[in-house]
Design a protein around this ligand. Structure first.
Ligand code: GLA
Length: 502
């Protein structure tokens, strides 16, 4: 009995000793590799230095590089809080982990709960570190590329497909757009968003991942349909979804895009936030503006940095043809409404070759009613916004196709003069917006943002508009006889009426 007890004691003692020994063992460069199923691997790094009860170091997760600002616990169970500067705000992330054998088991704690656990192993020191900062260039004016004289029109994969986009889907979308009337209505750019990227080869050349076996062949296919093709990257080392960005490879990537036959680039700040401040955005975007011009193929340059740093004031100078003015749109009335009706003050910055971009269309994605989608289309057209459809155009109801391809509404969006519309009247939930069109016509939009049907009266004198004799309703495709100084129209909840007056 005694002997057994002694052995048990020794066993317990060894466990305690083992625990104490491993107490220092959190220190190291830990890497968790998750295969994304497209031939690429997402690597998350925890570079930890344990000093007694304090853990310091850094965390790299997708496009974010945090330094550890707070910690508690030890190898048996710990919490670390990473923090990083992102423009004017501080971004934080909290991870909970423990050492188990020679594995670090660790998961991010988000407001909506603990994320799936990652299993990290020791990696060589130096792996996963933030690339060295390349100094931003001195500012100059990038010459106008002569593209996008009217707001770009097309399709983008993100709103509907996000990370699920692949070659087959894009071909199907292009084929649908070429045959369902969208192409004739003006939708020409077929744009791949994030998650097409694979890895760089030893020469630094970027390759697509397994979802896109041959980018040149895909571009040829899209061109064969009489359409154009767009692609996506980031000025940072990583894109928003954690794929390879263009940092340090801008000229090389621009040449690769040109060689594939790419016609449009959406360039998304994302990972650049780990290296540059918002005040350096202009210089950083200028690098790619120059690179695209030097690549020798006409490529529309779409800036995506969520409307920070007053991009509308410098977008054209870096060769930008359009720039996002806000964060990401969602397929919900409140998101579309907040973004769309928030654009009034930016009207002066839009014009041929350079447009405010309130983000891609959600029309047909299912989160709004048909009336709300018509309001979305009306508002974007009044704003001279890019019309980039974001739904599955291979299978959409006829009513959605009709909303997207209403030629008279598209003609307002695409008006040659390129004046963005403005709000001229507002009372509670009711608004009237006017857009000056070429040839002296005006588009007049009546919006009811409220939840009940409303009557909106056009009092021409109050709107500082000459009293027109006739108007055309661009959704019912009918003429209206206007008599007298005022004209009242009933507009459904969340609805819009769009008139063209002479
Ligand atoms: C950002 C952009 C989106 C989309 C995603 C892709 O959120 O604003 O439009 O491109 O990145 O990761």
């Amino acid at each position: 009995m005694r002997g057994i007890a002694t052995i048990a004691n020794i066993g317990a003692w060894l466990l305690v000793w083992g625990g104490l020994c491993s107490a220092a063992d959190l220190s190291g460069n830990w890497m968790a590799a998750v295969s994304l199923g497209d031939g690429t691997t997402r690597r998350t790094y925890f570079n930890l230095k344990q000093d007694g009860s304090r853990i310091s170091g850094w965390i790299r997760v997708r496009q974010f590089y945090y330094s550890i600002a707070e910690s508690s616990g030890g190898p048996g169970g710990f919490t670390i809080t990473g923090s990083m500067k992102d423009g004017n705000m501080d971004r934080t992330a909290v991870f909970e982990g423990r050492l188990q054998g020679d594995e670090l088991r660790i998961a991010e704690r988000r407001p909506d709960g603990l994320q799936p656990e990652l299993i990290a192993h020791r990696a060589p020191d130096g792996e996963g570190v933030l690339p060295a900062r390349l100094p931003p260039p001195a500012l100059h004016r990038v010459p106008d590329n002569g593209l996008a004289r009217t707001p770009p029109m097309g399709w983008n994969s993100w709103n509907k497909f996000a990370g699920r986009v692949n070659d087959e889907i894009v071909r199907g979308i292009a084929a649908a757009i070429a045959s369902n009337g969208m192409k004739e209505a003006g939708y020409v750019y077929i744009n791949l968003d994030d998650t097409w990227e694979g890895e760089r080869d030893s020469q630094g050349t970027i390759h697509p991942n397994n979802k896109f076996p041959d980018m040149k062949a895909l571009a040829d296919y899209v061109h064969g349909k009489g359409l154009k093709i767009g692609i996506y990257s980031s000025p940072g080392p990583d894109t928003c979804a954690g794929y390879e960005g263009s940092y340090g490879h801008e000229a090389q990537d621009a040449r690769t895009y040109a060689a594939w036959g790419i016609d449009y680039l959406k360039y998304d700040w994302c990972g650049a936030r780990a290296i540059y401040s918002d005040s350096e955005m202009q210089a950083v975007y200028q690098i790619m503006g120059d690179a695209l011009l030097a690549a020798g193929r006409p490529i529309v340059f779409s800036l995506c940095q969520y409307g920070r740093a007053d991009v509308w004031k410098w977008g054209p100078q870096v060769g930008g043809n359009l720039w996002r003015t806000t964060g990401d749109i969602r397929d919900r009335w409140d998101s579309m409404e907040r973004i769309g009706f928030g654009q009034n003050d930016l009207a002066q910055y839009a014009g041929p070759g350079h447009w405010n971009d309130p983000d891609m269309l959600e029309i047909g994605n299912g989160g709004m009613t048909g009336v709300e989608y018509r309001t979305h289309m009306t508002l974007w057209s009044m704003l001279a916004a890019p019309l980039i459809a974001g739904n599955d155009v291979r299978s959409m109801p006829a009513s959605i196709l009709e909303t997207l391809t209403n030629r008279e509404v598209v003609a307002v969006d695409q008006d040659q003069a390129g004046h963005q519309g403005r709000r001229v009247w507002k009372s509670g939930d009711r608004e009237i917006w006017v857009r000056d069109l070429s040839g002296g016509d005006r588009a007049v939009a009546l919006f009811n943002r409220g939840a009940d049907t409303a009557v909106i009266s056009l009092k021409w004198a109050d709107l500082a508009l000459p009293q027109p004799l006739t108007a055309r309703d661009l959704w019912t495709h009918s003429g209206l006889k206007l008599q007298g100084p005022e004209y009242a129209i009933t507009v459904p909840a969340h609805g819009a009426t769009l008139l063209r007056v002479q």
